[in-house]
Design a protein around this ligand. Structure first.
Ligand SMILES: Cc1cc2nc3c(=O)[nH]c(=O)nc-3n(C[C@H](O)[C@H](O)[C@H](O)COP(=O)(O)O)c2cc1C
Length: 312
């Protein structure tokens, strides 16, 4: 199974809806986190984003960031009521604003808080709970205190990104600690981190023979053909990949244009998309520079059309 990782601002509903029309091999996505709050009402905009008729692409699991079990359960149950059988708890977000509030990765160093949360939230939850976590806030072995706690609860699965929050998205993933988690956990484990080629996944699956669920974020955003290359062991010709990417790009642009008003907004959104998109394109860095110089919708369209014309 291949999961699309949640990337806030990137793998939104529009992206997840369009993706499977052009690229195969992704089975499931975790949506970028939403935060629970006391004020939440069932008609809340947050919830509306998850209505099934607006989520027709990759089957997705909503993710909630919270350290408050009652608020979490309220939002999770509202998601259950609109059709989500599983929700995911974010225990990995590394940003200081989040960590400071004891949320996301801020909980990794506090087994007591994690236990308290699960003790209160689990009995109140209608959906199943999966958890996405890093291995620690500052130290890579913090997770080893958490796994025995998770083992006491009926958790659907653990998705582990073996970096500390301090590392953000860089530096080595700690495969030794990941292996220890795997040995300790009584729940199914999903591996996440730095898979950017079928060779990398093959190397990981040789080491972790019991894993058959893999989550990929930046690697898939960069090369959306990656899941099908992994599953079907075949790579499309370069020209064909560029042609498909162009149509996907144009559709993304059209969809985002309907919700973003103003010529600068859509241009900025598309620049964000290009942060990762097209990692397999020759001269990608030069292309990104040309795109980043555009400021207006029409100018962006002109430059991107020229780029795609030049590529094939
Ligand atoms: C810009 C950005 C936004 C992210 N947003 C989320 C998020 O909302 N929830 C989450 O659990 N992880 C989030 N992540 C982490 C990714 O889901 C993933 O764990 C991480 O990028 C490592 O996997 P990768 O190497 O395959 O990209 C984010 C990562 C990035 C780079």
């Amino acid at each position: 199974m291949i999961y699309l990782a949640p990337l806030q601002g990137m793998t939104d509903r529009i992206y997840r809806n369009l993706f499977p029309a052009y690229f195969k091999g992704v089975d499931l996505a975790i949506a970028p986190f939403i935060s629970s709050s006391k004020k939440m009402k069932p008609t809340n905009n947050l919830l509306r984003e998850f209505y099934p008729d607006r989520n027709t692409g990759i089957p997705s699991i909503p993710q909630i960031m919270s350290s408050a079990p009652v608020d979490f359960a309220k939002l999770a149950n509202a998601l259950y009521d609109i059709g989500y059988g599983t929700v995911n708890w974010n225990l990995g977000c590394p940003f200081p604003m989040v960590v400071k509030k004891g949320r996301g990765a801020g909980l990794l160093c506090c087994p007591d808080s994690v236990e308290y949360f699960l003790e209160k939230a689990m009995p109140a939850l209608k959906p199943k709970l999966s958890i996405k976590l890093r291995i620690g806030l500052k130290y890579p072995d913090e997770v080893l205190q958490l796994i025995p706690i998770f083992n006491r609860y009926p958790i659907a699965e653990l998705i582990i990104h073996p970096r500390t929050a301090l590392q953000m998205y860089e530096g080595e993933v700690d495969l030794d600690i990941f292996e220890q988690c795997l040995n300790l956990s009584q729940h199914g484990v999903v591996y996440n981190g730095d898979i950017d080629s079928s060779g990398k996944l093959e190397m990981l699956s040789k080491r972790f023979g019991s894993i058959n669920r893999w989550m990929i974020g930046r690697g898939l955003l960069g090369n959306p053909f990656l899941a099908e290359e992994i599953k079907f062991r075949a790579e499309k010709p370069y020209d064909e990949k560029i042609r498909i990417l162009r149509v996907f790009h144009d559709q993304l642009f059209a969809e985002y244009s309907t919700i973003l008003s103003g010529p600068a907004h859509i241009t900025n959104k598309m620049k964000e998309v290009w942060t990762y998109m097209g990692s397999f394109i020759e001269n990608r860095e030069k292309i990104r520079k040309r795109i980043n110089k555009t400021h207006h919708r029409d100018q962006y369209v002109d430059v991107v059309n020229k780029i795609f014309d030049e590529l094939v």
